[in-house]
Design a protein around this ligand. Structure first.
Ligand code: DLL
Length: 433
């Protein structure tokens, strides 16, 4: 099913016209309402009159997370606080949180984007949504909540954590759709298994998983373990939250709601736009936001865009799975390593669970990696020769994909700490990054 066929399946030329009109209006709007952008544009010697269509977007300045921090908390708002009806914030690893403000209209656009997403996942008013993203300043819980209500579904506002209760209510209330991070979904699958209640007694049919990078292999794992369809939902607080992009039944890329968020891929070093299909840094420009519109926001997420029509009928551009954030990329002895690559290797072997912790250190001036990984219960053994063989097998698979040696440490099933939100997979003990 398609929520908004007019937009989601619009021919690309008409969509481009809408994007052009909206961009022009947006640039004029921020020039007159956000002193930060007026100043930036004046410094670049451009005015709103220089923006005539969407192709002119390349003339506009970039915005970074640092700009948001420097203007903490509400310096980038384009409206007075009396028009802001909601505030969200994402906690960074360092310093102050990134704050975003929404007007009433912004909330309705956001809800529209989530309604498109959940409808694409097969959701409707006959569904019961269990929202297990955190409620609060994080956009996951309240964002998904509004979208599910808008399509007429019944909503269980669970928030994250309290895993036993999640399972009891999922079972007793007959939840059909689960919204949470993929790592928490995996944890819930294990907990259901441990509860002794048979999977047949649950009504779950699909999951809306996102907020952290996950791989195709993880999708297979979740679909198998939970007996559901696992869909990707993408977003970031700066743009709204979840629902910037969503997968459809084709599961062949994440469609972006590009009538509201205009996407570009740039080379993170030269900042030049890249051809479609090439992997680079994803950049978004708000086309309709009132509260805190951003121009060319650098997400640091690495992906590629594909413009061919999808078999589902949607023409909205498709984005590849996020490889990772450039911030999360590790440079080990000069080689780039993403945690998602490690997840794929682990899941390519039947003996291991995708629960892992990568510890990076620098010993005698050399980077070393230790991978702690759980062995699946059926394969777990304390016989030395079996342990050695398993370590060797995983070590060889990692070496062939990463081109690096990794010190593998096998750990007991269920021994790595589970997260209820975004999983932390890497500890980098090196003093520099
Ligand atoms: O994580 C919004 C969200 C909530 C998305 C629930 C999906 C579901 P932030 O906390 O601001 O917002 O984090 C945004 O998370 O830039 C990506 O690096 C990462 N991310 C979000 N969704 C995905 C995804 C929410 N589907 C940052 N795949 C983004 C990979 C994702 N990474």
């Amino acid at each position: 099913m398609i929520w908004n066929e007019t937009i989601e399946c619009m021919d690309r030329e008409s969509l481009r016209k809408i994007q052009s009109i909206r961009l022009k209006k947006m640039v004029d709007y921020v020039y007159h309402n956000t002193p930060f952008y007026r100043k930036k544009m004046q410094q670049m010697d451009i005015t709103p009159d220089d923006i005539n269509d969407i192709n002119d977007i390349v003339k506009l300045p970039f915005t970074t997370k640092l700009d948001l921090r420097d203007n903490y908390p509400f310096g980038l708002c384009a409206v007075p606080m009396s028009q802001i009806v909601r505030i969200h914030a994402s906690s960074g690893t360092t310093g102050k949180p990134t704050v975003v403000g929404y007007t009433r209209k912004d909330l309705s656009v956001w809800t529209e984007c989530l309604s498109r997403s959940f409808t694409a996942f097969g959701g409707s008013q006959s569904d019961v949504f269990q929202i297990s993203y955190g409620y609060g300043l994080f956009t996951g819980g309240l964002g998904a909540h509004a979208g599910a209500e808008n399509i007429g579904a019944s909503v269980i506002p669970m928030s994250s954590g309290n895993t036993q209760k999640q399972i009891t209510l999922m079972h007793d209330f007959g939840a059909t759709m689960l919204c949470c991070t993929p790592s928490y979904a995996l944890h819930l699958a294990e907990a259901i298994h441990d509860s002794g209640i048979s999977f047949e007694e649950f009504k779950l049919k699909a999951g809306a998983f996102g907020a952290e990078p996950w791989t195709e292999s993880m999708r297979c794992e979740l679909e198998k373990k939970l007996g559901i369809k696992a869909y990707d939902i993408y977003g970031l607080s700066e743009m709204d939250g979840p629902g910037v992009g969503f997968e459809c039944e084709a599961q062949h890329g994440t469609h972006l709601n590009e009538d509201h968020f205009f996407p570009e891929i740039i080379d993170p070093k030269t900042l030049e736009p890249m051809e479609s299909g090439k992997t680079g840094e994803l950049v978004f420009t708000h086309l309709t936001k009132q509260g805190m519109p951003l121009l060319r926001y650098r997400t640091k997420d690495l992906s590629a865009l594909h413009y061919e029509k999808c078999s589902c009928g949607r023409t909205l551009v498709r984005m590849d799975r996020i490889l990772g954030r450039s911030d999360d990329m590790l440079i080990i002895r000069g080689v780039n390593v993403f945690p998602t690559q490690i997840e794929s290797v682990i899941l390519s072997l039947p003996e291991f669970d995708p629960n892992f912790l990568l510890i990076v250190d620098r010993i005698n001036n050399t980077d070393v990696m230790e991978l702690q990984v759980e062995v699946r219960p059926d394969y777990y053994s304390d016989e030395i020769n079996k342990i050695v063989a398993l370590k060797k097998k995983l070590g060889a698979a990692l070496q062939s994909v990463l081109g690096l040696s990794v010190n593998v440490r096998l750990v007991e099933p269920r021994s790595i700490e589970r997260s209820t939100g975004k999983a932390k997979r890497v500890i980098d003990k090196r003093v520099f990054k």
